[in-house]
Write a protein that binds this ligand. Structure first.
Ligand code: SF4
Ligand code: MG
Length: 325
């Protein structure tokens, strides 16, 4: 099997036994080698914090992260080899790449940091340009001279330069024109195949992950609400929050007679003072008294699970199922 065992997975090693982190709690996820795990949720749901925990950019002020069962104090205490195995692509190349660096220097930077020789760098940069479909005449340009799509290709080249096995993609196409989004997603999928990469794809937009993710994890107030195979999750969401995110995807079929489920109103509550019981109860149209008092268990549905007291009836709701086909 290509899968890591549950306790052996990268995310489990990073996030296993995390408790009372500021914005992400009770998160335990396993990611399989070569797969794309989509992590979705609104702004404030904790998905970027999860990305930052994985990449080591975020040090929890409270709580414990354990690696192979050994608690470590914070991101800086983590084994360097584990962090070097994770690359990251952010939403904006313009904010993650030094504007005074040329494309060539920007791609060389992670290689130089790892002690590559000038000759090896040159060879590697040529390979990377080919992988991301840029050419040598881009090397002396600055990112502000490039289109958004070209700049994001440079970010991708930087992220894969030192051959990590895991890439965290934090809203990688959110800032791009609609016409460019598809080509960058296609590029990412091709590179994943060629290099056998594992992706953690963070997005507020379920439609952006629909055609890319193998599995999807839905986050809310720093907790996982539902995790499942992408197709299943689209066909039979088993959590009202997932339904709401699906409902927010514009319906592209004008002849559709499908009725909307419900529209999410209000903001994601603060993770510092999360709602009691089910954290989604303050915005959930199905909420009952038990939701305010009792934290839902993880209920298995199909090949995934949901943290809703009524997961099975939500999943079985035919109207909802029909709405997203
Ligand atoms: Fe809604 Fe209750 Fe399910 Fe939470 S447990 S999602 S409040 S129905
Ligand atoms: Mg974000």
């Amino acid at each position: 099997s290509k899968s890591f065992a549950m306790n052996d997975s990268l995310l489990d090693r990073l996030l296993g036994n995390t408790t009372s982190l500021d914005a992400v709690s009770n998160v335990s996820l396993s990611v399989h080698r070569g797969e794309t795990l989509g992590v979705v949720g609104e702004s404030g749901s904790g998905k970027s914090t999860l990305a930052n925990l994985v990449t080591g950019l975020y040090t929890p002020t409270e709580g414990v992260i354990s690696l192979d069962g050994t608690p470590v104090g914070g991101a800086t205490d983590r084994p360097a080899d584990l962090l070097a195995d994770v690359g990251v692509v952010f939403q904006n190349a313009s904010s993650s790449i030094n504007p005074r660096m040329t494309v060539g220097d920007a791609i060389a930077e992670p290689l130089i940091t790892q002690g590559w020789s000038a000759d090896d760098c040159e060879e590697r940069i040529a390979e990377l340009l080919e992988l991301v479909e840029l050419s040598e005449h881009h090397l002396d340009r600055y990112t502000h001279e490039l289109s958004g799509g070209q700049a994001q290709r440079v970010s991708i080249a930087r992220a894969i330069a030192t051959e990590p096995s895991v890439l965290v993609l934090d809203e990688p196409v959110s800032a791009l024109d609609v016409s460019v989004k598809g080509s960058i997603l296609n590029l990412l999928m091709r590179i994943q195949d060629e290099l056998d990469l594992t992706y953690l794809l963070i997005s507020h937009d379920l439609s952006a992950v629909k055609h890319v993710a193998d599995r999807i994890a839905v986050m809310y107030v720093g907790e996982l609400m539902e995790v499942g195979p992408a197709e299943e999750l689209f066909d039979r969401p088993a959590h009202p929050y997932t339904e709401a995110l699906l409902a927010a995807i514009p319906n592209v079929d004008p002849s559709s007679t499908i009725e909307e489920t419900f529209v999410l109103e209000g903001e994601v509550p603060s993770p510092v003072d999360p709602p009691s019981g089910c954290v989604f109860h303050t915005r959930c149209p199905m909420a009952e008294e038990t939701c305010r008092t009792t934290v839902p268990d993880q209920i298995e549905v199909g090949d995934g699970w949901s943290r809703c007291h009524f997961a099975e009836s939500v999943a079985d709701d035919e109207e909802v199922t029909d709405a997203w086909q």
